[in-house]
Design a protein around this ligand. Structure first.
Ligand code: ADE
Ligand code: ZN
Length: 337
């Protein structure tokens, strides 16, 4: 089987995806019209032209502006449903999805409006496509610890719909240790902790995420590769890293996709996975990420298989579901030979 077809058709999970980052310009325009929101863009082309980023903050400014069109339960359903239809077509069978409630509650949109619209869509995806999902609520790290605690209180009121807590937004200057207490409380309440670390921030931020937040998965983690003892520790722990190649390219975390550390991560024994982060903004969904990085690094068939297999192994599925998903994946690989 040709590589693009193999990548497109292999079963896979996506573990690093911000639902607000799937807002396509066409949907942004139509929701702006529906909700009478004025955007600084006249056309879909104007929106696309704004997607030139020098760094993470450049992107975040555009991302928070874009999400202002999301106001009703139906809007959040439409957003997630558009993503899930794409995932069904890309042979994604399981998704673990971030959402940023503080990006909405700060604009007067109720936490329940966000969560109910999203869960409507994920429930329908399970019924219609058999896609399973887990939601991970992120704290915006540029905001205060108190605001994170307020957000955690909302999550505790609907615990059954939220699997984990994460940490995202502007990394530089906002180390994981700022959220040590709120993560301790979240863990105590039964939420699985993850954090963006080492995307732009130094290796010490990855270390803090491990030791202070006691995370169970590292989001991005690129800069951990600068510290050999940290690499050894991550590999030895078996902890997964959710790597986002096209995001790294578009936010200039790597100068060129050819310089991406993904192969080095695998060679070091890290459970690296491939993900899209904010696909509407970064030029591709999960299959596009596999294909782009496979071509740039000339990845072998075995490396691609390892990455996709890792997406199930590194997921937060229960052990029974994980074993079944890996067996289904291995069966596909055997048949595709
Ligand atoms: N929020 C959405 N995408 C993000 C990213 N790549 N890094 C940090 N925060 C984000
Ligand atoms: Zn991210």
């Amino acid at each position: 089987m040709e590589l693009p077809r193999f990548i497109a058709e292999m079963p896979k999970a996506e573990l690093h995806l911000h639902i607000e980052g799937t807002l396509e310009p066409e949907l942004m325009m139509s929701l702006a019209r529906r909700n009478n929101v004025t955007l600084p863009y006249a056309t879909v082309q104007d929106i696309r032209q704004a997607y030139e980023f020098d760094c993470l903050q450049d992107f975040l400014d555009v991302y928070y502006l874009g999400m202002s069109v999301l106001q009703t339960r139906q809007d959040f359903f439409d957003l997630a449903w558009a993503y899930l239809k794409k995932m069904a077509a890309q042979h994604v069978t399981h998704v673990e999805v971030f959402f940023d409630p503080q990006g909405h509650t700060s604009r007067g949109v109720a936490f329940d409006t966000v969560l109910s619209g999203l869960t409507d869509a994920f429930d329908k995806a399970k019924r219609d496509f058999g896609i399973t999902s887990k939601l991970i609520m992120c704290f915006l790290r540029h905001l205060s610890e108190d605001e994170a605690f307020d957000t955690l209180a909302h999550a505790c009121a609907c615990k059954s719909h939220i699997h984990g807590v994460g940490l995202d937004s502007s990394e530089s200057g906002h180390p994981p240790s700022k959220f040590r207490r709120v993560f301790a409380e979240a863990r105590e309440r039964g939420f699985t902790p993850v954090a963006h670390a080492g995307e732009e921030g130094p290796p010490s931020y990855v270390l803090e995420a491990l030791d202070d937040l006691r995370i169970e998965r590292i989001d991005h983690g690129n800069r951990a590769m600068e510290d050999a003892s940290l690499v050894k520790r991550i590999a030895g722990s078996g902890m997964a890293m959710t790597v986002c190649p096209l995001s790294n390219q578009r936010l200039q975390v790597v100068p060129d996709l050819k310089d991406h550390p993904l192969r080095r991560m695998l060679e070091a024994g890290i459970c690296a996975t491939v993900n899209s982060d904010d696909p509407s903004y970064f030029g591709g969904y999960v299959n596009d990420n596999y294909l782009a990085v496979a071509e740039a690094l000339n990845l072998s068939h075995a490396e691609i298989v390892q990455l996709a297999r890792n997406s199930f192994i590194g997921s937060f599925m229960n052990e029974t579901d994980k074993r079944a998903a890996v067996a289904h994946f291995d069966e596909f690989v055997d048949k595709a030979r």
